[in-house]
Design a protein around this ligand. Structure first.
Ligand code: AMP
Length: 200
């Protein structure tokens, strides 16, 4: 299966991506994780991306799309994948569609995790991740950057919802609740898609 997971920062995409990809037996590909790995590894790509990430802005499409194309060309993605955090602009979505068409494929489903903005701010300001044995706040989870990232999401990424709805691929998932409940809703949307055409 070829799946895209959409949703604002703080919706739980990373967590759900890992679980859902495990269930589907496909790799979870997170552009945010690839960028962060490059920043820690101090690569040329990481150096370029860091400026945008620290500001809560999107890394330019040329850099991001080239990176995703390389990742999708790896052997483990040949039979399917779950993309987490990509596409984030209409242009990225169009370029993804083009690349997949060239390979004779298309997306099977786009899941959008829906959470209201008040809950997102609450979740992001409390979020910590484990680095070298310590729980630390991501630089881009600081309150002022969080507000900016949500604005960037509204302006540049939210339109993807309509884009994929028009393509008949979108399933909106209520992402409030326990992790397992949200996973169950997401898997039901994917299962329903496989078993019978759904109305959404
Ligand atoms: P994430 O972990 O998905 O929240 O991504 C962290 C940061 O990486 C974002 O705030 C962007 O700066 C950058 N990033 C991740 N995915 C993309 C993308 N598809 N397009 C542009 N920038 C991205």
């Amino acid at each position: 299966m070829r799946v895209v997971l959409l949703g604002p920062p703080g919706a739980g995409k990373g967590t759900q991506a890992q679980i859902i990809a495990g269930e589907l037996g496909v790799p979870a590909i997170s552009t945010g994780d690839i960028f962060r790995a490059n920043v820690s590894g101090q690569t040329e790509l990481g150096r370029k991306a860091k400026v945008f990430m620290d500001a809560g802005d999107l890394v330019p499409d040329e850099i991001t799309v080239a990176m995703v194309k390389d990742r999708l060309a790896e052997a483990d993605a040949a039979g399917g994948f779950l993309l987490d955090g990509f596409p984030r602009t209409i242009s990225q979505a169009e370029q993804l569609r083009e690349s997949l068409t060239e390979l004779g494929h298309g997306l099977d489903r786009v899941l959008e995790l829906v959470v209201d903005e008040e809950e997102l701010v609450r979740r992001l300001s409390g979020r910590r991740m484990l680095v070298d044995g310590q729980m630390v706040q991501r630089d881009d989870d600081k309150p002022e950057t969080v507000r900016h990232r949500l604005k960037v999401y509204r302006e540049q990424t939210a339109p993807l919802s309509g884009f994929y709805e028009d393509e008949g691929l979108l399933a909106r998932i209520d992402a409030i609740g326990a992790v397992e409940e949200v996973t169950a809703r997401a898997l039901a949307a994917l299962g329903a898609d496989r078993a019978q055409p759904s109305a959404d």
